[in-house]
Design a binder for this molecule. Structure first.
Ligand code: NDP
Length: 242
């Protein structure tokens, strides 16, 4: 059965791999991020790969409430009600807390934490009415374990974990599931500064994960009707380290 999947942060990295995986499953995909050129490139790549859709590419800043509302409406008007929502939009800016300006704290929290709250609040209404739907938020192992230089990023992802579990409890009786994926070091633009030595030291499996490996886990959660409020770690064993 073809479903409608909206992937915020679907133009690059993990979100793009998720969008591609769901398109391969025959679903209709909305790829959403700020940069329209990058969104369009991903939509073209889906078509070039024979994954013709219909798919939809939209530009939206996830931290902009009105933009999120307009974007969700466009997806629903064009593709139909959203069955699967993936929140992969996220940013990182490493700095020790003592060197982090307030404006950077606010902007990171707006994107990584308030953003998913806005998309979930906008989409979940129709999911509850239809008594079906699956939401997958993308957290981080840093939100679980903490990391020096990543206080604000870690707080945003730990917050997302609490948000995910609470929303899962709010909507479970209406047949809507909400889960969190927790990646470790994944090979995307976000980890371009991570050295091989750092990977060897911190990842028991001794390599970066691929976006496709995260997408496989997202897909598992999307299709698992008895799983909600769970935290699925995809980190090559990083959580085992002290
Ligand atoms: P990338 O930088 O490769 O991709 C980020 C995506 O989010 C892009 O599509 C980007 O598009 C979009 N995005 C960023 N800011 C916004 C915004 N304000 N509004 C809408 N879209 C936005 O990152 P990854 O794929 O690596 O990361 C995806 C998620 O996974 C993030 O939440 C990240 O925190 C998390 N994560 C990543 C890990 C890793 O090792 N890579 C590890 C743990 C978690 P555009 O710039 O066009 O808006």
């Amino acid at each position: 059965m073809s479903r409608v999947c909206a992937v915020f942060g679907g133009s690059r990295g993990i979100g793009k791999a998720v969008a591609t995986r769901f398109a391969e499953d025959g679903h209709k995909i909305a790829v959403i991020s700020r940069n329209k050129e990058s969104v369009d490139r991903t939509i073209h790549e889906l078509a070039d790969g024979g994954l013709k859709g219909p798919h939809l590419g939209l530009s939206c800043d996830v931290s902009d409430e009105k933009g999120v509302q307009a974007t969700v409406k466009s997806v629903q008007d064009t593709l139909g009600p959203i069955d699967i929502l993936v929140n992969a939009a996220g940013v990182n800016k490493d700095a020790l807390l003592l060197k982090t300006p307030t404006v950077d704290m606010t902007s990171l929290l707006q994107t990584n934490l308030v953003g998913p709250m806005l998309t979930c609040r906008t989409v979940v209404r129709s999911m509850v009415q239809r008594r079906t739907g699956s939401i997958i938020n993308v957290g981080s192992i840093v939100g679980v374990k903490g990391n020096p230089g990543q206080c604000v990023y870690s707080a945003s992802k730990a917050g997302l974990q609490g948000f995910t579990k609470s929303l899962a409890k709010e909507v479970a009786s209406r047949g809507v599931r909400v889960n969190l994926i927790v990646p470790g070091f994944i090979d995307t633009d976000m980890t371009s500064g991570v050295s091989e030595a750092m990977v060897r030291q911190s990842v028991p499996l001794q390599r970066l994960g691929t976006p496709e490996e995260v997408a496989t886990a997202v897909r598992f959660l999307a299709y698992s009707p008895y799983i909600t409020g769970t935290v699925l770690v995809v980190d090559g064993g990083m959580q085992l380290n002290t």
